[in-house]
Each structure stands twice: as C-alpha cells, then as structure tokens.
Design a protein around this ligand. Structure first.
Ligand code: NAD
Length: 431
C-alpha cells in the first residue's frame, strides 16, 4: 500500500450526538494510547467515529391499552474485521453516545481476542422493570423489526446485555426468522439452547472474568486461595464471577445489586445468597450480614474488587479510597479516565474491561460458529477453547505491558488497535 498521508485532522470536536461522557471516555482512552500504538494517523482518525448508527422510536401497546414510545439505537463502530457484534440493553440511561462508546469497546474487545468481528451496541431507553412480559416481548419484536435494515448473520449479530436475556434473544431470533421465512439461529447469540444457543454462554462472561483474574494473580506471584473478594453487581456477570472465585478458594466477602450490598467479613454463603435472592427478588435483608451502600462496598478493603455492575463507578471522587489490591472490570467502562489515573498513581493494577469481560463475546462467537455449521460442541470443549483464548490474550497484554511499561488497559488497547489498524490499512479507505 502507498504511504498514507497524515490525517487531515478534524477540529477534534465531536458531533453533538456523540458528545457524551461515556463516548468522551472511550475516545479519551483511544487518544491516550495512540502515541504508543504507532498507527497511520488517517486510520486512527477513522477509528475515532462509529461507522453507522441507527436511531429509532419504538411504539409499544402497553397492557392498559395506552401506547408508550421509546427511543432505540444501534451503533456499529467498525466492520473492518467482520460482522459487528454487541449487546442490546434496556435501561433508562441508554443514549446514542453510550451505545457508540460501548460499540467502540466491543471493536477493541473482539480484536484483542482475535475474533473475526467488529463492535456494535444497541439499546432501548426505557425502564425495563416497569414492563410486563407481554410488553417486553412487543418492545423487543418491534425494536428487532426496526433494526432489520442493518442486522444479519453476516452484518451485525446482537446479544444480551443489561436487562436483556435468553428470552429477549429468542424473540429477536424469531422476529428475524419470520421475516426471512426460515429459522436463522445465527442472527443473535445468547439464545436458549432449544433454539441454537450454546452451552456455557450464560456463564461465559463471569467465568472469563475469573480466568483473567486467576492468570493475573498467578503472574503477580500471589494466589486466589483465601483471597478476599468484593463483587459490585450481583447480576449475570457478577454472580457467576463470585461463584467461580469461590470455586478457586477465594472468599467473597461482599456483593451488591442496584439497591445496595451485603458484607460478611469472613465469607458470604453464596448458595444461601442465591436462594434469598430468588425468594425475595434482591439481596436486601439477607441475614447475619452488614448492609452497605454501593459506595461503601467499593471502598471495602479486599484483595480483588470485581466491578460487574455498570459504567462510571470508580471515579475521581472515590478512586483515592479504593483499598483493593487488584481491580477487575467485569462491567464495561466502570472506571472513568480520572479514576483510572488515580488508581495508577496508587499502584493499584486494573484488569481492563476489554480483556476481562471478553469471555462473553468469545463464547458468543463459538455459538455463532456452531449455529452456522449446525454442529454443537460440549461444555468441556467450549470451556477449554475459552481458556485458550483468554489466556492467550492475557499473555499478549502482559508481554506488551512489561516490554513497553504500559498499564494493562493501555497495553490491551494498543494490542487491539494495532490489530484493527493493520486490517484497515490492508483494506484501505474506500473508495
Ligand atoms: P445484569 O443486569 O444481569 O446485572 C447487573 C447487576 O448490577 C445487577 O445486580 C444490578 O442490580 C446491578 N446494578 C445495576 N446498576 C447498578 C448501580 N448503579 N450500582 C450498583 N449495582 C448496580 O447485567 P450483566 O449482564 O451482568 O452486565 C453487567 C455489566 O457487565 C454491564 O456493564 C455489561 O455491559 C457488562 N457485560 C456483560 C456481559 C454479559 O455477557 N452479560 C458481557 C460483557 C460485559
């Protein structure tokens, strides 16, 4: 390829729809590591913006006969390496800028694991807890219909995220299949097994988090045996991570959900916590534990702090009081740029989201491959392939971090950006 010219740098001002805190965080991270990535400036400029975004409004007939209308988005950051891939979330805070940030992180995550995907993310701005199952189904089917022009097994493959689950994916798969006239399981991942889901997919993110933590701890010369762990966000990722930590001999001493946390200085009985949560719908009131707020939970002294709730939890305000030996980002974007800098100054290593929570998209990839070939693997095979992918990524990140004196986040980003940039340079900017 001919020597690329430097980018005709734009004003640097983001368009208003992207000028939001989470997107600024994602672009800020990119800008911070570009000097280390050593890529063509034009390619870097391309990667600062999503390729495509769809904004829609979704009318839903509610159970009381009225109609609610909810904004919905899908953002595809980069299709350089293959179809885009990323979750769908239902949350009151969903915006186009948030989806764009999460889509960019998905691009880095897929590239870091060397999956043949780019990043996407979507969601509907709503309060999912206010809906009945019927309302959720109608919302999901209409949202899927609005997405039809841009999704597809070779184009963009959704998956679950906050407040969406296997059932949501089954409705999406059915809606898409009805449009094309035959079953298309490979249109989404994170489906029920009965419609082409993969074993281990529901647990994959949480399992992957602990695979990365275990590998990191080993490389840092200590062990999870007896280590105290705090998990913020006892949901699909956090609850599985907590159990996996327990299986490796660690002591989970505190967990939380959106309403707050529970703390037992010696060890929580997680089976009892699960039973309580099933019966009472949350953690509140769990006996013989101290009730802590989410803010207090983050500051509990511990060996491993797993952030598995949501964005922007460790910030400039509280990073100075985090007393963990190691922070693992199960959630996407839980540490702000300032929070990250303070943790670095305090020598608290952070295992970054694009590495640590990549187990979910890894097994989503396995699910898609199995669907495409209509041939399914067993649990042991998937776990072993997941372990290989995660430890290979940790290895490349660790090696770069050590050789170039970078934080794990910077090393992970540089590794990913180089993968995407190399492909983009080889393909060229069209036309
Ligand atoms: P979830 O809805 O199953 O669980 C989220 C948990 O966090 C719940 O317990 C909820 O009560 C709690 N929570 C929400 N907001 C909170 C707040 N402000 N403070 C404290 N707790 C809060 O969602 P999930 O799928 O477990 O996702 C959690 C995070 O992990 C998200 O950032 C998501 O994008 C990320 N993630 C999920 C997957 C996956 O496979 N599910 C994969 C990669 C990344």
């Amino acid at each position: 390829m001919a020597q690329a010219k430097p980018a005709a740098a734009w004003s640097g001002e983001l368009p208003p729809e992207l000028n939001e805190p989470l997107y600024l965080q994602a672009v800020g991270q990119l800008d911070q590591v570009l000097p280390h990535a050593d890529i063509d400036p034009g390619v870097a400029e391309r990667l600062r913006y999503p390729e495509r975004a769809l904004s829609t409004s979704i009318p839903v007939r509610l159970d009381d006969g009225s109609v609610g209308v909810y904004p919905g988005y899908r953002v595809q950051h980069s299709s350089v390496l293959g179809p885009t891939k990323g979750g769908i979330r239902y949350d009151k805070a969903v915006t186009l800028g948030e989806c764009a940030a999460l889509a960019m992180w998905m691009t880095w995550k897929c590239a870091l694991l060397r999956l043949p995907y780019g990043g996407a993310k979507g969601g509907v701005r709503c309060d999912p807890r206010s809906f009945s199952m019927g309302e959720l189904e109608r919302l999901t089917r209409r949202f899927t219909t609005e997405l039809l022009p841009i999704i597809g097994p070779e184009r963009d493959i959704p998956a679950p995220d906050m407040a969406t689950d296997e059932q949501t994916m089954a409705w999406m798969m059915d809606t898409y299949s009805m449009q094309v006239g035959h079953a298309v399981p490979e249109i989404v991942t994170g489906k029920p097994l009965s419609v082409g889901g993969s074993v281990l997919r529901p647990e994959a993110t949480g399992i992957g988090v602990v695979m990365v933590v275990a590998e990191a701890v080993k490389r840092m010369g200590w062990s999870l045996e007896g280590a105290s762990c705090v998990v913020q966000g006892y949901g699909k990722v956090g609850a599985v991570a907590a159990h996996e930590l327990g299986l490796r001999g660690a002591r989970v001493v505190a967990v939380s959900d959106i309403a707050g946390g529970i703390h037992a200085p010696r060890r929580l009985d997680l089976a009892a916590v699960d039973a309580w949560r099933r019966e009472h719908g949350g953690l509140e009131g769990f006996p013989d534990t101290e009730r802590v707020s989410n803010a207090e939970l983050l500051e509990l002294p511990c060996d491993v702090l797993v952030l598995a709730a949501t964005e922007e939890q460790v910030t400039g305000e509280n990073a100075g009081r985090i007393s963990a030996r190691l922070v693992a980002e199960g959630a996407n974007g839980p540490t702000t740029l300032v929070g990250d800098r303070i943790l670095a100054e305090r020598d608290i290593p952070v295992l970054p989201d694009i590495l640590t929570n990549a187990g979910g998209v890894a097994v989503s990839y396995f699910e898609w491959v199995q669907d495409l070939q209509r041939f399914f693997w067993d649990r042991d095979e998937i776990r072993s392939r997941l372990h290989d992918l995660m430890t290979d990524a940790v290895n490349r990140v660790w090696t770069l971090a050590e050789s170039e004196g970078l934080s794990f986040r910077s090393a992970a980003l540089v590794t990913s950006i180089r993968e995407v940039a190399e492909a983009l340079e080889a393909r060229g900017i069209y036309p």
